[in-house]
Design a protein around this ligand. Structure first.
Ligand code: AG3
Length: 275
């Protein structure tokens, strides 16, 4: 039979359904159930534990918004860490910043890296760059062992189930603060305000207790639950909502612009109430 419909159940009562042309790979890794599929609407897509992680067609929104918001907020980001993000999309965007001398990626699951290189080559392209150090390991431990080291840390995790539960704890944010330099900044994907209001509220509260500047911003990601995605920034010094105009420089993007950077922090009232 050619093609079938697949549903990610985003809540107990709601899901997103898409046509799969063909399954490219499935595997239970040491950490999660990995599926790679060719979809009819979104190009090749990566699923982990039945949840959409990224698609060739809309990945640019998430990856640009994770990378460029903190990188343009920091005046001179040189040493960058990505926790998770084994598909390489965030790294590809990080490398567009000429100030970046070194980017380290720590993903717990080497299989995500391997199969992203194979089936999502346009996303994984940056992983071979000479400025990039790819480590297959535990991001929580890597953070715990790093001190005063990074200018920017980006947490590109899965949802807070399975291997990523530790990455949504206050202890992790405290570790991030220690791993950052004295003017460092971090961003973490924070799920969606429609179905995960409590999570967003909790993360905001925890990060606020550790970072003097804590902000929430949004982007439109059609293949993720509710299509409205939230990101949390914790910053020691630089305010992402007050970036001097001259700090922005031209890079090639499809979603991010300097106007969008500022607009992303303007929140609908029900989301503002979570921050
Ligand atoms: N990481 C966050 C994806 C969360 C999507 N959740 C879901 N489908 N229920 C994406 C990794 C991209 N580099």
């Amino acid at each position: 039979m050619a093609g079938f419909w697949y549903t990610e159940k985003q809540t107990e009562n709601f899901g997103i359904t898409m046509k799969i042309n063909k399954t490219l790979h499935t595997e239970q890794t040491d950490f999660q159930y990995l599926e790679m599929a060719e979809t009819a609407e979104w190009g090749n897509m990566l699923f982990l534990d039945g949840m959409v992680m990224t698609s060739e067609k809309d990945e640019f929104v998430y990856h640009e918004m994770v990378a460029h918001v903190p990188l343009f907020t920091h005046p001179n980001p040189e040493n960058v860490l990505v926790v998770g993000g084994g598909d390489g999309g965030v790294i590809r965007e990080v490398l567009k910043h000429p100030s970046v001398k070194k980017a380290t990626l720590v993903d717990i699951d080497g299989k995500v890296i391997e199969y992203s290189k194979k089936f999502l080559p346009s996303i994984a392209s940056g992983l071979e760059d000479s400025r990039v150090d790819v480590i297959v390991g535990d991001g929580f431990m890597h953070i715990a062992e790093s001190e005063n080291k990074y200018d920017v840390i980006m947490v590109d995790s899965t949802e807070p189930v399975g291997p990523a539960v530790n990455l949504f704890t206050k202890g992790f944010y405290a570790g991030i603060s220690r791993a950052l330099k004295e003017d460092g900044i971090f961003v973490a994907q924070s799920d969606n305000p429609w179905f995960k209001a409590e999570l967003i509220t909790q993360v905001q509260k925890d990060v606020k207790e550790i970072f003097p500047i804590t902000k929430l911003y949004l982007a439109n990601i059609p293949t993720y639950p509710s299509g409205l995605w939230a990101f949390t920034i914790g910053s020691k010094k630089y305010d992402p909502t007050a970036v001097p105009a001259e700090r922005f420089h031209d890079i090639e993007t499809k979603y991010y612009t300097k106007e969008l950077h500022n607009a992303a922090f303007v929140l609908p009232k029900f989301v503002k109430d979570m921050a």
